[in-house]
Ligand binder design. Sequence first.
Ligand code: ADP
Length: 165
Amino acid sequence: MARTGFYPGSFDPVTYGHLDIVARSARLVEKLVLGVGTHAGKHSLLDVKKRVELLEHVTKPIAEHTGVKISVVTFADLTVDAARRANAGLIIRGLRDASDFDYEVQMGQMNGALAPDIETVFLAASPATRMIASSLVKQIAQMGGDVSLFIPKEAQAAVAAALKN
Ligand code: ADP
């Protein structure tokens, strides 16, 4: 069976930091499934359909370039259950700083306890994109700042449209 990775997140919106993790994950797996979390109570700027559409669009060049099959799903339950549905043996997460580290390692260990057959792999953020966070991108965009260094142009348009509403 093809080695499959599951990369979960909010992707609200997708950033160049996420894309860095996707591109580097493509070296580790033959199939990569991106999971857009739609958990109740988590407020998002972009609706889930838009987040999926953007991810599909902006990951296509990576799939074409690497030959890795990339798909996007949504999930509202446990990450480990969504990873199992995707037939993934790996959960992939990115680490930017110490606060990501503390949170992600704890979560990875709890997921490991829930699903010992699934390994969580942490990729350290690349220097050029390490500072990018979806939450800050939204704040900057809301105040009229230029976010073109941080997110692809399709995502910029989607954020601008969502902020208008
Ligand atoms: P979540 O709500 O699950 O944290 P995010 O979309 O914010 O969703 O992030 C998804 C994953 O991508 C997390 O593992 C996060 O640490 C990672 N990530 C986010 N931004 C970056 C970045 N700039 N570089 C590397 N990893 C990142």
